[in-house]
Design a protein around this ligand. Structure first.
Ligand SMILES: *[C@@H]1O[C@H](CO)[C@@H](O)[C@H](O)[C@H]1NC(C)=O
Ligand SMILES: *[C@@H]1O[C@H](CO)[C@@H](O)[C@H](O)[C@H]1NC(C)=O
Length: 610
């Protein structure tokens, strides 16, 4: 295949790469050479890829045309590999924070989080007619404490709403699994605690949904497939689910997801396409599709997702909710399907930053790494009452990258960032983030190799008819990478880690749009086969990768809508362990924008107080 061999890029030593505004490093836009395919074309494509003779050639051409050979496989890279994005400790100080005792329990931490919030009781949701806001954890908790309603009543409304949403008119496909009896039992127990005046925490009686990639009793963990739960039993809650349960939360079921997390549309051929509550003819994004959609639709104030390549932030942005992915290791991966080892971790989807903080308090892991206590990064929560006093915040912005999005996104993000800086006296610093496209491809090689290695023993025993068509294509490309490609990808990881350390010397956070496109149309031909749309896919993950490949914390906030009324998100990417600052900035941003959020077309008011 000599003719097909693409020459590799020769990388210069990373210390010679300039991250300044006037750097000579080029911006390389993603140039995806793969047409959208769905329906019968997907099946033909599967046939080609799975054929003994044509398959390897087709995969080779795909990898060559999409620059994987040039940037990864055949590249010359001076740096050694870096395999895991571990950040040992915090090397910066944060403003306006409350330090948290590492030995505290989830219940104590939730109380600490509440102490960081302003006490003004009417945080003014839907009551004031014109502006739309979703009910928060504290709204539910107040309503339970004041006996306005009970967890049992809310649970019953929830069940009615889920039935309504999955009926023939809406077909939202929010959940893969939920169990009425189990939900009612938990709600009754919580109701009794409120009757006795002994709720466990502010999370007592709060409905929380969990992506079907994370163990949560009594449900099987399908990973969006028809087979994974048959070869891997779920016998206990994932650690973060356990932590929420210990605070009194009601676990309401397993949300829909892209099959194996191996795609970005949230169209699942087995359990239905998860639709966007803002417009049911649009996708919800993936892979934590259902978790974003249920929060958007008002079914739960928070949900858990898993983020391996933007899988929490992307659907959050497309559905107009908060998506928060802490530093790698800050939430335990135990009880999460091991679809990959070094890029994925749980994240939080919430209606508000306040709720993201409360949930973070419950599920965070004070001792993230397998390290002795004295090298642990400390843990702190933001004093959300004091955004005005955060001084000298600097946002790193790489304009060419920032602008590589649709016109509506570009304008809205640009305008909102200016408004934020003006309002708080903060600054933007122009930087260059080199080798972004190289990083996207290196991340792809990594997640693909890890996923197929991890699932390998199961996949071999499986009849391919049990796997969705689009996932079959994904798995073919996924399984094509060799050790040289994997190692080169880790050398790119090493470079990016160093480059980002330089950028963070100049700024507190990196600011980007969350996605390059907003939610796109759900086409009928994709419903049974799924679709391959690598062009939209690349635009959706354009700004997500460093959060996963480098384990950096990141958060997305809805800041407005495009001309078609679909949500737009702005993302902050933070220094390792700077969750407190990120949430602080996110809260300041949300305060500026929340008053203009439109109400989704599909929305359920479970507190009945209109
Ligand atoms: C990688 O793992 C994370 C978390 O386990 C998950 O969200 C993501 O979908 C996975 N991605 C792939 C492609 O396996
Ligand atoms: C980026 O977009 C903004 C807003 O649309 C515009 O003002 C600016 O000139 C653009 N910059 C570049 C380098 O294209």
């Amino acid at each position: 295949m000599g003719l097909l061999r693409a020459r590799g890029k020769v990388y210069k030593p990373v210390k010679d790469v300039d991250i300044g505004k006037n750097s000579s490093e080029p911006y390389t836009p993603a140039d995806v050479k793969a047409p959208r395919v769905a329906g019968i074309l997907v099946k033909i494509f599967v046939w080609i890829l799975e054929s003994w003779i044509l398959g390897p050639i087709a995969v080779h051409i795909l990898k060559r045309d999409n620059r994987i050979h040039k940037f990864v496989s055949n590249a010359e890279i001076p740096e050694p590999p870096l395999f895991t994005p571990i950040h040992a400790s915090k090397d910066h100080t944060e403003q306006e924070i409350s330090p948290i005792n590492l030995d505290s329990s989830p219940i104590e931490r939730v109380q600490e989080a509440i102490n960081c919030l302003s006490t003004d009781t009417e945080s003014g949701l839907c009551q004031q007619t014109s502006t739309f806001r979703r009910w928060t954890i504290r709204d539910y908790s107040r309503a339970y404490n004041s006996k306005e309603t009970t967890p049992l009543e809310v649970a019953k409304r929830f069940l009615a709403a889920v039935k309504n949403s999955s009926g023939p008119n809406l077909k939202m496909a929010f959940f893969i699994n939920y169990n009425e009896e189990d939900i009612i039992r938990q709600a009754k127990e919580s109701t009794v605690r409120y009757e006795k005046g002994i709720p466990i925490s502010v999370l007592d009686g709060i409905l929380v949904a969990v992506k079907d990639e994370m163990d949560c009793m009594p449900y099987p963990t399908t990973g969006g497939t028809k087979w994974l739960h048959k070869v891997r039993q779920c016998t206990d809650d994932a650690i973060c689910v356990k932590q929420l349960r210990s605070c009194g939360a009601i676990l309401v079921g397993k949300t829909n997801m892209h099959e194996l997390g191996a795609g970005t549309s949230g169209i699942n051929p087995h359990y239905g396409a998860c639709r966007n509550p803002y417009n049911i003819n649009k996708v919800s994004g993936g892979s934590s599709s259902g978790s974003a959609a249920v929060v958007c639709a008002g079914l739960c104030p928070v949900a858990l997702g898993v983020d391996g390549g933007g899988s929490v932030r992307m659907p959050a942005a497309l559905c107009g909710v908060v998506g928060f992915k802490p530093t790698a290791g800050r939430i335990s991966n135990s009880g999460v399907l091991p679809l990959n080892w070094t890029v994925g971790m749980p994240g939080i989807l919430a209606a508000t930053v306040e709720d993201a903080l409360i949930t973070f308090a419950a599920v965070c892991n004070p001792f993230p790494l397998n390290q002795p206590k004295f090298t642990q990064p400390d843990l702190s929560f933001p004093l959300l009452t004091s955004s005005q006093s955060l001084a000298n915040i600097k946002f790193a912005k790489y304009e060419e990258w920032f602008n590589d999005s649709t016109e509506d996104i570009r304008n809205c993000c640009d305008h909102t960032l200016k408004m934020l800086c003006r309002n708080y006296g903060w600054k933007t610093v122009e930087v260059t983030v080199p080798e972004i496209e190289e990083m996207r491809l290196a991340h792809y090689v990594t997640i693909a190799s890890e996923c197929t290695t991890s699932l390998g023993p199961h996949l071999e025993k499986l009849k391919s008819a049990q796997i969705g068509w689009d996932a079959r294509i994904g798995l073919r490309v996924y399984s094509s990478f060799d050790s040289k490609e994997y190692l080169n990808a880790q050398r790119i990881r090493n470079r990016q880690m160093q480059l980002h350390q330089e950028i963070f010397k100049a700024a507190d956070v990196i600011v980007t749009p969350t996605t390059g496109v907003t939610a796109y149309s759900l086409q009928d031909d994709a419903l049974d086969t799924g679709e391959l749309d690598y062009i939209n896919g690349a635009a959706l993950v354009r700004y997500s990768i460093s959060g996963n490949f480098l384990g950096l914390p990141a958060v997305t906030i809805m800041i407005g809508c495009d001309k078609g009324g679909m949500p737009i998100g702005l993302q902050f990417i933070g220094k390792p362990w700077s969750e407190a600052t990120l949430l602080h900035l996110a809260n300041a941003l949300q305060e500026l924008c929340i008053g203009s959020y439109p109400k989704p077309k599909v929305f359920f008011n479970l507190l009945k107080k209109e």
